[in-house]
Ligand binder design. Sequence first.
Ligand code: ADP
Ligand code: ZN
Ligand code: MG
Length: 485
Amino acid sequence: MSATDTTATEYETVIGLEIHVQLATNTKMFCGCALSFGEPPNTRTCPVCLGLPGALPVANAEAIHYGLMMGMALGSTLAPRSIFHRKNYFYPDSPKGYQISQYDEPLCLGGQLGDVRIHRVHLEEDAAKLVHVGASGRLHASDASIVDFNRCGTPLAEIVTEPDLRDASTAAEWLRMLRATLRTLGVSDVNMEEGSLRCDANISIRPVGSTELGTKTELKNMNSFRYIERGIRAEVARQTAIVRAGGQVEQETLHFDPRTEAITSLRSKEEAHDYRYFPEPDLSPVAITPDMLERAQAALPELPLARAERFERDLGLSADSAHLLAFRTELGDFFEAALGENGSQAAEPQPLANWVANELVARLGTDADPAASNVAPGALARLVAMVGAKQVTQGGARQVLDKLVAGGGDPDAIVAAEGLGAVGGSDELAPIVEAALAANPDVADRLRGGEMKPIGVIVGHVMRETKGRADGGEITRLVREQLGL
Ligand code: ADP
Ligand code: ZN
Ligand code: MG
């Protein structure tokens, strides 16, 4: 039994996520500065987001609108009245010495997405970006931290889940569902690499059967789905080893290094901040009006869970395919675009879904957007239709897809140019099967004797002869026919 298997039977993992989402508003949370997308440092600032004395914040109505849309999509209770607080801390990324955030009266309370309950969603502002210059690790005259205030004041929504997740891969999968939901809502770019979607994972373990929560640690700011999965696995392994050795997990904030898998402490419980929250005196409470609710409701598009249901119900996709495509918005969009461009010789939805989810993803990478690839949706639909009509075999079609991924183009033209068309009807295939049986008399005898396993030898032989352009089912049929089975 491997270490992970033992963990699974002795201890249960408990995970709660805290997700920060940069909202795709036109302007910052409390001032009129435009959001920044890589402009020269400190060119998108004003007295408010620089925290100059006397400057007064005004809450961004668009950010509140997005917050309400998120709350509605997550089934939260929308607070008729919510307020902003000052969260005090001293660090160069915060020119005011505090972050304006929400504390005990957030915009959205409760809710649920899939199997995971939402604790709350609140609005706040992002910090400035610190750039550390010089990497010696020791203090040299040339070492410094410089500050870019362009990001300072960018609207953020923080989504906090209940501790309802039980393993690393489910956590990553749920986060994909949340990302798809936010992306579909259009409230954020949700780009993990660029930091518009950031996730902290709270992790604890407890004996299987226990209903009490164990002491948790918090893994900070992991910027890809893979790192989140690996980080949680590594932390669960670390906690399990501590508990097995008779020790106790300490509550602390941790950093996971995806290169080395090392987990290091950022701060312990003793070093936890006391933020001295108090109500922001310069902002009035957010009071939700019926008009605001109506506008948010009207702006809600079809959400991924509903899309998955529609894929199952209307297109007959398997539940797995439907969820996979719906929770990876880019794949779902590509799939629907391909279906929409389906010509007269239609590709069936399920095979098309399989080609998108398996073959295309295998070639482009899990998190790539196929719309940005060389493969046109219509080209994939046509290819899948050709497979369905047995004009090209699975193997041949895979080669065509390689070409499409490499340089785009038209599947019919590629099939013709590369000679990848399926070896046609039995007229063409029969002599090749006959030759294969003649070349393997022992196999032919065993087949005649009623053993079916060795038929793979004949199929393999024919596939080699035809360079994979023959249909496996048709070969089997011809073998039976020729041997009188
Ligand atoms: P804190 O006060 O330390 O911020 P919260 O109660 O606000 O803790 O919870 C923060 C996040 O941690 C939430 O997502 C919550 O679901 C999760 N969480 C809380 N306790 C645990 C635990 N024992 N194990 C795993 N996750 C937890
Ligand atoms: Zn500003
Ligand atoms: Mg908290």
